[in-house]
Design a protein around this ligand. Structure first.
Ligand code: HPA
Length: 281
Protein backbone atom coordinates (compact mmCIF):
# COMPACT_ATOMS: atom_id res chain seq x y z
CA UNK A 1 0.00 0.00 0.00
CA UNK A 2 1.26 3.46 -0.84
CA UNK A 3 2.58 5.29 2.17
CA UNK A 4 1.03 8.68 2.77
CA UNK A 5 3.54 11.02 4.28
CA UNK A 6 2.85 14.53 3.26
CA UNK A 7 1.02 16.26 6.08
CA UNK A 8 2.18 18.82 8.58
CA UNK A 9 0.83 16.65 11.38
CA UNK A 10 3.15 13.75 10.46
CA UNK A 11 6.03 16.16 10.12
CA UNK A 12 5.40 17.61 13.58
CA UNK A 13 5.09 14.15 15.10
CA UNK A 14 8.29 12.95 13.41
CA UNK A 15 10.18 15.98 14.72
CA UNK A 16 8.81 15.34 18.22
CA UNK A 17 10.05 11.75 17.91
CA UNK A 18 13.54 13.02 16.99
CA UNK A 19 13.53 15.36 20.02
CA UNK A 20 12.72 12.40 22.26
CA UNK A 21 15.73 10.55 20.80
CA UNK A 22 17.96 13.56 21.46
CA UNK A 23 16.69 16.97 22.57
CA UNK A 24 19.75 18.54 20.94
CA UNK A 25 19.90 17.85 17.19
CA UNK A 26 23.30 16.56 16.03
CA UNK A 27 25.13 19.15 13.91
CA UNK A 28 25.50 16.74 11.01
CA UNK A 29 23.14 14.28 9.31
CA UNK A 30 24.40 11.82 6.71
CA UNK A 31 22.19 10.01 4.22
CA UNK A 32 23.85 6.74 3.23
CA UNK A 33 23.26 5.60 -0.34
CA UNK A 34 24.61 2.47 -2.02
CA UNK A 35 28.38 2.30 -1.61
CA UNK A 36 28.52 3.95 1.81
CA UNK A 37 27.18 1.23 4.11
CA UNK A 38 30.62 0.88 5.72
CA UNK A 39 29.95 4.08 7.67
CA UNK A 40 27.61 2.04 9.87
CA UNK A 41 30.54 -0.07 11.10
CA UNK A 42 32.35 3.00 12.44
CA UNK A 43 29.14 4.30 14.03
CA UNK A 44 28.28 3.90 17.70
CA UNK A 45 24.75 4.70 18.72
CA UNK A 46 21.14 3.72 18.74
CA UNK A 47 19.22 2.68 15.64
CA UNK A 48 15.50 2.99 15.05
CA UNK A 49 13.56 1.55 12.14
CA UNK A 50 11.85 4.17 9.96
CA UNK A 51 8.54 2.44 10.76
CA UNK A 52 8.87 3.79 14.28
CA UNK A 53 9.10 7.39 13.07
CA UNK A 54 5.60 8.83 12.57
CA UNK A 55 4.76 9.39 8.92
CA UNK A 56 8.21 8.35 7.72
CA UNK A 57 8.07 6.26 4.52
CA UNK A 58 10.26 3.18 4.36
CA UNK A 59 12.70 2.68 1.44
CA UNK A 60 11.75 -0.28 -0.73
CA UNK A 61 14.95 -0.71 -2.77
CA UNK A 62 17.35 -3.56 -1.88
CA UNK A 63 20.51 -2.06 -0.37
CA UNK A 64 18.54 0.69 1.41
CA UNK A 65 17.92 -0.47 4.95
CA UNK A 66 15.61 2.25 6.23
CA UNK A 67 17.00 3.01 9.67
CA UNK A 68 17.95 6.20 11.49
CA UNK A 69 20.84 6.19 13.95
CA UNK A 70 21.56 8.69 16.71
CA UNK A 71 25.14 8.47 17.93
CA UNK A 72 28.73 9.20 17.06
CA UNK A 73 31.29 8.75 14.33
CA UNK A 74 34.52 8.98 16.25
CA UNK A 75 34.03 12.10 18.37
CA UNK A 76 31.39 13.70 16.20
CA UNK A 77 27.69 13.52 17.08
CA UNK A 78 25.83 12.49 13.93
CA UNK A 79 22.43 11.36 12.76
CA UNK A 80 22.78 8.59 10.17
CA UNK A 81 20.01 7.77 7.72
CA UNK A 82 20.70 4.36 6.31
CA UNK A 83 18.82 4.34 3.03
CA UNK A 84 16.48 6.83 1.41
CA UNK A 85 13.16 6.93 -0.38
CA UNK A 86 13.52 7.70 -4.09
CA UNK A 87 11.10 9.70 -6.23
CA UNK A 88 10.58 6.70 -8.54
CA UNK A 89 9.36 4.42 -5.74
CA UNK A 90 5.88 5.99 -5.71
CA UNK A 91 6.33 8.92 -8.11
CA UNK A 92 6.04 11.05 -5.00
CA UNK A 93 8.31 13.98 -4.21
CA UNK A 94 6.48 14.34 -0.89
CA UNK A 95 7.83 10.96 0.19
CA UNK A 96 11.29 11.55 -1.27
CA UNK A 97 11.74 14.75 0.76
CA UNK A 98 9.97 13.81 3.99
CA UNK A 99 13.17 12.81 5.79
CA UNK A 100 14.97 16.02 4.75
CA UNK A 101 12.08 18.12 6.04
CA UNK A 102 12.18 16.29 9.35
CA UNK A 103 15.93 16.84 9.66
CA UNK A 104 15.58 20.54 8.88
CA UNK A 105 12.64 21.14 11.23
CA UNK A 106 14.47 19.17 13.94
CA UNK A 107 17.33 21.66 13.65
CA UNK A 108 20.13 19.73 11.91
CA UNK A 109 22.33 22.31 10.20
CA UNK A 110 24.63 20.31 7.96
CA UNK A 111 23.61 17.57 5.56
CA UNK A 112 25.89 15.15 3.72
CA UNK A 113 24.06 13.28 0.97
CA UNK A 114 25.68 10.20 -0.56
CA UNK A 115 24.63 8.19 -3.57
CA UNK A 116 25.58 5.65 -6.20
CA UNK A 117 25.80 7.15 -9.68
CA UNK A 118 26.71 6.27 -13.22
CA UNK A 119 29.98 7.71 -14.49
CA UNK A 120 29.57 9.89 -17.60
CA UNK A 121 33.20 10.99 -17.83
CA UNK A 122 34.93 8.37 -20.02
CA UNK A 123 38.34 9.25 -18.52
CA UNK A 124 37.22 8.31 -15.01
CA UNK A 125 36.84 4.82 -13.63
CA UNK A 126 34.10 2.72 -12.18
CA UNK A 127 34.52 2.89 -8.38
CA UNK A 128 35.77 6.50 -8.34
CA UNK A 129 34.44 8.83 -5.67
CA UNK A 130 33.11 12.25 -6.73
CA UNK A 131 32.21 15.29 -4.67
CA UNK A 132 29.25 17.09 -6.21
CA UNK A 133 30.11 20.65 -7.24
CA UNK A 134 26.71 21.38 -8.73
CA UNK A 135 23.68 19.60 -10.13
CA UNK A 136 21.30 19.56 -13.07
CA UNK A 137 17.72 18.69 -12.17
CA UNK A 138 16.43 16.51 -15.01
CA UNK A 139 13.80 14.75 -12.90
CA UNK A 140 10.95 16.67 -14.45
CA UNK A 141 9.73 17.75 -11.03
CA UNK A 142 10.74 20.22 -8.36
CA UNK A 143 10.31 19.05 -4.76
CA UNK A 144 9.35 22.53 -3.59
CA UNK A 145 6.05 22.23 -5.48
CA UNK A 146 5.11 19.57 -2.91
CA UNK A 147 5.62 21.96 -0.04
CA UNK A 148 3.13 24.50 -1.39
CA UNK A 149 4.24 27.96 -2.45
CA UNK A 150 4.03 30.23 0.56
CA UNK A 151 6.30 33.21 0.08
CA UNK A 152 9.11 34.68 -1.98
CA UNK A 153 11.50 32.58 0.14
CA UNK A 154 10.29 29.65 -1.97
CA UNK A 155 12.18 31.07 -4.94
CA UNK A 156 15.23 29.37 -3.50
CA UNK A 157 18.63 30.52 -4.72
CA UNK A 158 20.59 27.48 -5.91
CA UNK A 159 23.67 29.29 -7.17
CA UNK A 160 25.77 27.78 -4.35
CA UNK A 161 23.83 24.62 -3.45
CA UNK A 162 26.86 22.55 -2.45
CA UNK A 163 28.76 24.39 0.26
CA UNK A 164 32.30 25.40 -0.76
CA UNK A 165 33.76 24.88 2.72
CA UNK A 166 32.22 21.42 3.11
CA UNK A 167 33.60 20.49 -0.29
CA UNK A 168 37.04 21.65 0.83
CA UNK A 169 36.75 19.48 3.95
CA UNK A 170 35.76 16.50 1.83
CA UNK A 171 38.82 16.97 -0.36
CA UNK A 172 41.05 17.23 2.71
CA UNK A 173 39.40 14.12 4.21
CA UNK A 174 39.94 12.12 1.03
CA UNK A 175 43.58 13.18 0.94
CA UNK A 176 43.99 11.97 4.54
CA UNK A 177 42.30 8.69 3.65
CA UNK A 178 44.69 8.31 0.69
CA UNK A 179 41.86 8.44 -1.83
CA UNK A 180 41.62 10.38 -5.07
CA UNK A 181 38.47 12.47 -5.05
CA UNK A 182 36.89 13.63 -8.30
CA UNK A 183 34.70 16.71 -8.45
CA UNK A 184 31.87 17.26 -10.90
CA UNK A 185 28.26 17.91 -11.83
CA UNK A 186 25.57 15.36 -10.87
CA UNK A 187 22.59 15.12 -13.17
CA UNK A 188 19.43 13.70 -11.59
CA UNK A 189 16.89 11.69 -13.59
CA UNK A 190 13.65 10.32 -12.21
CA UNK A 191 14.42 6.67 -13.05
CA UNK A 192 13.72 3.89 -12.45
CA UNK A 193 14.96 2.92 -15.94
CA UNK A 194 18.61 3.54 -16.62
CA UNK A 195 19.47 5.91 -19.44
CA UNK A 196 19.96 5.31 -23.15
CA UNK A 197 23.42 5.90 -24.68
CA UNK A 198 21.94 8.88 -26.57
CA UNK A 199 20.76 10.42 -23.29
CA UNK A 200 24.19 9.94 -21.76
CA UNK A 201 25.86 11.61 -24.76
CA UNK A 202 23.41 14.50 -24.37
CA UNK A 203 24.07 14.76 -20.61
CA UNK A 204 27.81 14.81 -21.26
CA UNK A 205 27.29 17.79 -23.58
CA UNK A 206 25.19 19.49 -20.93
CA UNK A 207 28.18 19.36 -18.61
CA UNK A 208 27.39 16.42 -16.31
CA UNK A 209 29.99 13.94 -15.06
CA UNK A 210 27.62 11.68 -13.12
CA UNK A 211 24.01 10.56 -13.40
CA UNK A 212 21.73 9.28 -10.66
CA UNK A 213 18.20 9.05 -9.30
CA UNK A 214 18.43 10.79 -5.93
CA UNK A 215 20.07 13.59 -3.93
CA UNK A 216 18.78 16.58 -5.91
CA UNK A 217 15.31 16.72 -4.27
CA UNK A 218 16.92 16.49 -0.83
CA UNK A 219 19.54 19.14 -1.68
CA UNK A 220 16.92 21.60 -2.97
CA UNK A 221 14.71 21.17 0.08
CA UNK A 222 17.67 21.43 2.45
CA UNK A 223 18.66 24.72 0.80
CA UNK A 224 15.06 25.93 1.15
CA UNK A 225 15.53 25.52 4.91
CA UNK A 226 19.02 27.06 4.86
CA UNK A 227 21.04 23.93 5.69
CA UNK A 228 24.61 23.59 4.50
CA UNK A 229 24.70 20.75 1.96
CA UNK A 230 27.42 18.49 0.57
CA UNK A 231 27.12 15.40 -1.61
CA UNK A 232 29.32 12.46 -2.56
CA UNK A 233 28.76 10.07 -5.45
CA UNK A 234 30.25 6.60 -5.64
CA UNK A 235 30.53 6.03 -9.40
CA UNK A 236 29.38 2.43 -9.37
CA UNK A 237 29.19 1.86 -13.14
CA UNK A 238 30.12 3.48 -16.40
CA UNK A 239 26.97 5.19 -17.74
CA UNK A 240 24.99 3.69 -20.64
CA UNK A 241 27.00 3.34 -23.85
CA UNK A 242 30.38 3.75 -22.11
CA UNK A 243 30.80 0.08 -21.22
CA UNK A 244 30.24 -3.09 -23.22
CA UNK A 245 28.04 -4.68 -20.57
CA UNK A 246 24.48 -3.80 -19.60
CA UNK A 247 23.89 -1.78 -16.42
CA UNK A 248 22.28 -3.64 -13.55
CA UNK A 249 21.34 -2.89 -9.96
CA UNK A 250 23.55 -5.86 -8.97
CA UNK A 251 26.58 -4.12 -10.51
CA UNK A 252 25.71 -0.93 -8.64
CA UNK A 253 25.47 -2.81 -5.34
CA UNK A 254 28.63 -4.92 -5.95
CA UNK A 255 30.83 -1.94 -6.90
CA UNK A 256 29.34 0.02 -4.03
CA UNK A 257 30.20 -2.73 -1.55
CA UNK A 258 33.72 -3.09 -2.96
CA UNK A 259 34.43 0.60 -2.35
CA UNK A 260 32.35 1.04 0.76
CA UNK A 261 35.25 0.74 3.22
CA UNK A 262 37.41 3.44 1.65
CA UNK A 263 34.45 5.74 0.97
CA UNK A 264 33.36 5.39 4.55
CA UNK A 265 36.78 6.32 5.85
CA UNK A 266 36.50 9.64 3.99
CA UNK A 267 33.17 10.28 5.70
CA UNK A 268 34.47 9.31 9.13
CA UNK A 269 37.36 11.77 8.79
CA UNK A 270 35.03 14.47 7.40
CA UNK A 271 32.63 14.10 10.33
CA UNK A 272 35.40 14.92 12.83
CA UNK A 273 35.06 18.57 11.78
CA UNK A 274 31.80 18.47 13.72
CA UNK A 275 33.29 17.08 16.93
CA UNK A 276 32.85 19.40 19.91
CA UNK A 277 35.93 21.46 20.78
CA UNK A 278 37.88 19.87 23.67
CA UNK A 279 36.99 21.42 27.04
CA UNK A 280 39.52 23.39 29.09
CA UNK A 281 43.15 23.93 28.10
N1 HPA B 1 22.12 5.85 -13.97
C1 HPA B 1 21.25 6.34 -13.06
N2 HPA B 1 21.33 6.09 -11.76
C2 HPA B 1 22.33 5.30 -11.34
C3 HPA B 1 23.27 4.77 -12.23
C4 HPA B 1 23.17 5.05 -13.61
O1 HPA B 1 23.97 4.60 -14.45
N3 HPA B 1 24.15 4.04 -11.47
C5 HPA B 1 23.73 4.14 -10.17
N4 HPA B 1 22.64 4.92 -10.10
Amino acid sequence: MAHKATGHKELRQAVAFCRRMSAEPPPLAIVLGSGFGGVMEAFEGKWVETDQIPGCPRPKVPGHAGRWGWGRLGKAPVLLLSGRVHYYEQGSMAEAIFATRVLAEYGVQNLLLTNAAGCINARWRCGDLMVVRDHINFMGANPLCEMGWKSFADFVDLSATYDAELRKWLHASALKAGLKLREGVYLAVSGPSYETPAEIRAFERLGAQAVGMSTVPEAIVARRYGLRVAALSCLTNMAAGLAKTAISHEEVITTGKRNSQQNSEVIRIFAQKFAPAPKGG
